[in-house]
Design a protein around this ligand. Structure first.
Ligand code: NDP
Length: 392
């Protein structure tokens, strides 16, 4: 008997909830909570009667969140609200004495900077309480970290370089929309790029470094170097690493719109006065843009996310590519969400499943690559995210 409390009834929260329901033998009681009860009701209506319970919670409020965790007697909390709520929900888990999992690292709403520092600082508290915190159990971060651990365990004696390659070739028919929370997405994409080489972080201008990568089942796509959070933990845990980079594909229309919006100040995160009222430009833009959850029924095409790893095995140079392809329409058929939410929500459910089954269990705050990748890789195949390994 295990109770899961899922916080955040957005695009990803919907997928996590559907997938937990499909794994009822592990998640015997499922509670979905969010800031607005209507968001929970929308997801509840997609599921069989009595499949889940729902609740309202403001996860910015630790006391309120801890009270809910205790009330529902949760065994694990899956945080798929926004990165702004990571610290308050972690504190609520400490207060209520339950394990924690999320898919994105903490960001302060007023500063577009994401790093693990404040979450890692809770390691001692989680250890002392005999509790576990699993950080970044989405696709990237998440599966990409597990792919790295899998490469390290089975394919290499030493890993020298890793390129993480994230391609979304989905077409939703809008000139401009984001596939997950617009505010989080645009903050990430418009920030300076950064990669790690020989022990140092090297900063680039946004979209300064571009390459074309031929993605299996998708084709060649322009891919741009971005900073991405999984690199911060991977540089600490992958032996012998000399360089790690992250690339994401963007179409011309997306980049053109983003540049124009940035040029006119619409990506600003500081409040401005408008007709006697304070507004935050990027929050107003979010109101205008299509809700990512509404893209599901209209998105066609595939995603392909993976890693290219180079290193040494038995004294010989070796290069492999581990990747996963998802089809937007198939994801929608299964859980009424497009592939970006799907590829994030399924690993969140898997992480919680392994924690509840005791397969991934340790006291303290952990990143994904710190655990044995094999049970996670097996679950990916079983739960709708099959992967492949190619020798390059
Ligand atoms: P959405 O904006 O669709 O959903 C976020 C949900 O969080 C909303 O339903 C919202 O509630 C809820 N929420 C916001 N603030 C609060 C609060 N104070 N208390 C309770 N609930 C709150 O985002 P996504 O589903 O697209 O993304 C969810 C998370 O997944 C984000 O952290 C994102 O960064 C992460 N992500 C990770 C990826 C990965 O691969 N690792 C990829 C994509 C996303 P309501 O509707 O009730 O107002």
């Amino acid at each position: 008997m295990s109770t899961v409390l899922i916080i955040g009834a957005g695009g990803v929260g919907g997928v996590v909830t559907h997938k937990c329901v499909l794994n009822k033998e592990t998640f015997t009681k499922i509670v979905l909570a969010s800031r607005r009860i209507e968001s929970c009701e929308k997801i509840q209506k997609q599921l069989p009667a009595d499949a889940i319970e729902i609740a309202q919670v403001d996860a910015d409020d630790t006391v309120q969140t801890a009270a809910l965790i205790k009330k529902v007697e949760a065994d694990v909390v899956i945080n798929v609200a926004l990165p702004y709520q990571d610290l308050t929900i972690m504190d609520a888990c400490l207060e209520a004495g339950v394990d924690y999992l999320d898919t994105a690292n903490y960001e302060h709403p007023d500063e577009a900077k994401f790093e693990y520092k404040l979450q890692w600082a809770k390691n001692e508290a989680f250890k002392e309480a005999g509790l576990m915190s699993l950080l970044g159990s989405g696709f990237d971060p998440g599966v990409t970290n597990v792919f790295c651990a899998y490469a390290q365990k089975h394919y290499f004696d030493e890993i020298h370089t890793i390129d993480i390659l994230d391609c979304n070739a989905g077409d939703h028919g809008y000139p401009f929309a984001t596939n997950f929370n617009p505010e989080i997405n645009l903050r990430e994409v418009s920030a300076k790029g950064r990669y790690w080489e020989e022990g140092k972080w090297i900063e680039t201008d946004p979209m300064e470094i571009k390459m074309v990568w031929d993605y299996p089942e998708v084709g060649p796509k322009d891919s741009y170097l971005l900073y991405h959070e999984e690199m911060e933990s991977l540089v600490q845990h992958i032996k012998g690493l000399k360089r790690i980079r992250f690339f994401m594909t963007f179409g011309e229309s997306y980049l053109m719109h983003m540049k124009a919006l940035e040029n006119v100040g619409m990506l600003g995160i500081k409040p401005v006065m408008h007709q006697g009222q304070e507004i935050v430009p990027i929050e107003f833009l979010k109101t205008l843009l299509p809700d990512p959850a509404s893209l599901g029924p209209r998105t066609k095409g595939k995603t392909n996310i993976g890693i290219v790893v180079e290193g040494i095995k038995n004294g010989q140079p070796k290069k492999i590519y581990i990747y996963q392809v998802s089809d937007h329409e198939k994801c929608f058929e299964e859980v009424q969400s497009q592939a970006v939410s799907y590829t994030t929500g399924v690993p969140a459910m898997i992480g919680a499943k392994l924690m509840l089954e005791g397969k991934w269990k340790a006291d303290g705050v952990y990143n994904m690559e710190q655990f044995d990748p094999d049970p996670f890789m097996a679950e990916l195949n079983a739960q709708g995210l099959p992967w492949k390994v190619l020798d390059l």
